[in-house]
Design a protein around this ligand. Structure first.
Ligand code: ZN
Length: 145
């Protein structure tokens, strides 16, 4: 895990206090499902298809890819995605495998220079683009990094 000079990092699901309090990603996700009608319990090992993790306001998360759904969920490497909002209905109610970018640590290093609300990365966004944005931001706030 990459940390900046303030010990700050880009959390995944299991570093979030409410997820840890529930016993980790899977128990947390299942408790979320149990709290919402129609209370379905997906088989999290029976995945179909993939979704991609992004950084949204300083956290690794998946934006729901399914039609008409605007859900998003914190993501954990090696754990599946299942949307508590649309129940992955468009995916036959099956969870999806989550793909993290190969350059996860480089992305984290580049984003940790920024204030938390500005820590965003979308699939396909290049390291050059992140560096360019960082340079523009640092020039604006008058830092020479
Ligand atoms: Zn959804």
């Amino acid at each position: 895990m990459v940390k900046n000079e303030f010990g700050d990092f880009i959390p995944t699901a299991n570093s979030e206090p409410q997820v840890r309090a529930a016993g980790g990603y899977r128990p947390w996700l299942m408790s979320l499902m149990k709290s919402r009608p129609p209370y379905i319990a997906p088989d999290l090992d029976d995945c179909k298809g993939v979704v991609y993790a992004e950084v949204i306001s300083g956290t690794w998360a998946v934006k729901c890819p399914f039609t008409g759904c605007h859900g998003a969920l914190v993501a954990e490497p090696g754990e599946p995605y299942f949307c508590p909002d649309c129940l992955n209905q468009e995916n036959n109610f099956k969870p999806c495998n989550v793909v993290f970018p190969e350059k996860k640590e480089v992305i984290e290093t580049l984003l940790l220079i920024r204030p938390k609300p500005n820590r965003n990365w979308v699939v396909g966004e290049t390291m050059e683009s992140l560096r360019f944005e960082n340079a523009a931001y640092l020039a604006k706030v008058g830092k020479s990094k």
